[in-house]
Design a protein around this ligand. Structure first.
Ligand code: DX5
Ligand code: ZN
Length: 202
């Protein structure tokens, strides 16, 4: 299993293509933002150049987005804090997608409970959502530990602030997958940086 998942945030198609080009991988975590759930806006561009990707919907109304845009990606991550999270999970499942439920740093672990039987992955935000390069929040490690105990068989993805300084603690807490944005994007050799992260959690 590839444990390091590169994330893409872009404000234009050009920027997206450039960021994607840096990483010759076939699976991306695409950050989609509506300017309301989080202050930044970054909607879906053309991702069809990648066979498999996940869209992380930082959106108040994910159902509206799903109706129009879900086609290009095969996995969807929906926030438990979204207005219509339960319906969005239903919709994404009905269209054959794998579904993850994400929780913000301030949201307790038990917010996942009502979705647990229907989802393929739990995404724990380890930064406040909305941008590349924000501060890692060590207090989220306890929540990962808690979720690992509650759901021993469900994949847990840590999203945000992943670097050589944080990844081992995240792994130890129980995370299986690690979304990395700025650490890879800011590296002179992003592929090498990704391999180095991989080695730390082998
Ligand atoms: C945060 C996004 C993350 C982001 C991670 O709002 O959901 O996926 O791209 O970026 P870094 O690794 O820079 O924290
Ligand atoms: Zn994300």
């Amino acid at each position: 299993m590839e444990r390091i998942v590169p994330s893409l945030i872009a404000s234009s198609q050009e920027e997206l293509d450039e960021r994607a080009r840096k990483l010759k991988v076939c699976f991306f975590h695409l950050d989609v933002m509506d300017g309301a759930f989080v202050p930044n806006k970054s909607l879906l561009f053309d991702f069809s150049f990648r066979e498999k990707s996940e869209a992380h919907l930082m959106m108040k109304k994910p159902c509206e987005w799903l109706k129009e845009n879900a086609g290009d990606v095969d996995r969807i991550i929906i926030h438990a804090e979204s207005d219509d999270a339960s319906n969005a999970v239903k919709m994404a499942k009905a269209s054959g997608k794998k579904v993850g439920i994400a929780i913000n740093p301030g949201t307790p672990a038990d917010a996942v409970e009502e979705y647990a039987k229907r989802i393929d992955k739990i995404v724990v935000m380890t930064v406040h959502p909305g941008a590349y390069g924000t501060t890692f929040l060590p207090e989220t490690l306890g929540k990962i530990k808690q979720l690992r105990k509650m759901y021993p068989d469900v994949l847990i993805e840590a999203d945000g602030g992943v670097s050589p300084e944080t990844i081992e603690a995240l792994r130890k807490a129980g995370a299986d997958l690690f979304v990395a944005g700025s650490y890879l994007q800011n590296s002179d050799e992003p592929l090498k940086a990704k391999k180095e992260l991989e080695m730390l959690v082998k």
